[in-house]
Unconditional design. Structure first.
Length: 119
């Protein structure tokens, strides 16, 4: 029994570090800032208030038909899926960027969670 318990403890996944919103802000600027801004539409829509917002619904932005029909609100989990592979989450959408690193996605999402309302 001791051996089994020791083996389970040794094989248990290492807990992930907490997401870092400050690092996420820097990553947002370097990874997302070419097409997005927090308060203005650019190539992509503005991101202030994205958490909780219905996909494809920011006023004044011309979304793809696929994203307008997506039928969900943005949550941290959905944003993670989106950033990992937008085409897989919403086939026919028009964002041509993926962010493969799990920790970078988590940090960017943590930053976006701080950008719910204008200061």
């Amino acid at each position: 029994m001791k051996c089994t318990l020791a083996l389970l403890v040794a094989l248990a996944p290492v807990s992930a570090k907490a997401a870092d919103a400050s690092r996420g802000e820097q990553l947002y600027q370097s990874r997302c800032g070419g097409c997005h801004a927090i308060d203005t539409h650019r190539v992509g829509p503005a991101h202030r208030g994205v958490i909780g917002r219905k996909a494809g619904s920011a006023k004044g932005y011309d979304y793809s038909a696929a994203l307008r029909r997506a039928g969900f609100a943005w949550t941290a989990k959905r944003l993670d899926m989106w950033l990992a592979d937008p085409q897989k989450l919403v086939p026919g959408q028009k964002m041509g960027f993926r962010l493969g690193k799990v920790d970078e996605r988590a940090d960017i999402i943590a930053y976006l969670e701080t950008q719910r309302q204008r200061p």
